[in-house]
Design a protein around this ligand. Sequence first.
Ligand code: GLP
Length: 245
Amino acid sequence: MELKVFPDYNELSAAAAEMIVGCVRSKPDALLCFATGDTPKLAYQLTSVLAQKNNVDFSSCFIIGLDEWMGIPPENTGSCHYFLHHYLLSPLKINQRQVYLFNAMTANEEDECDKMDSIIAGNGGIDFVLAGIGLNGHLGFNEPGTATNTMAHVAILEEITKTIGQKYFEENVNVSNGITVGLKQVMQAKTLLMMANGRKKAPVIKRIMEGEASIHFPASLIRQHIGGVLMVDNEAASQLETPFK
Ligand code: GLP
């Protein structure tokens, strides 16, 4: 794994956009898996600008969503569906047939997870994952304690995930489960780009870099990923021991 520290959120986001566009440039039919959340917002906005500027064609790639809040319909502005369409898929003019996002309204959770597993397996694994990090170390909705051999599954969300998750919604929501690509599939991705910015993520970055790499803080497993890149801004790196102090 490689750690990269950037002076600020803008530079961090620009570098992440470069990586996304670079992935599709070198493998036009790549399978990309994207997280939602505040962290990657700007990176996604910059991706379509950069793709256009550098003439990189996204029409042969396939995109999957990393996770979704169970029971939240796609038209809800707080859903991962809405977010990905708004910040990434629409600006990049991605065709519906190039996308699979979890159906959080499904009556058959098992079937929904199987669908995602077959898309990933059919491609021979994921080429590129962009993930954020929850304050409890979750990776997608792989909450602390998730086994490393986990495929797509429905997870019971921790209290902190539910409380913080409320920030994405305009109204009060009562969500208790999340559906997510599994830890095994994320860890087997060729590239795992994990991003964090801001002072509130500083303890999380410290724990990832200086604590034990374990399922009790799933994001820390990036340390065992050969293609792992942890990109943070100065604020998120502010609690690290030298040389980043
Ligand atoms: C949410 C998402 C995750 C995301 C994380 C961090 O729970 N489901 O995929 O990585 O929170 O979000 P943020 O970037 O808003 O801090």
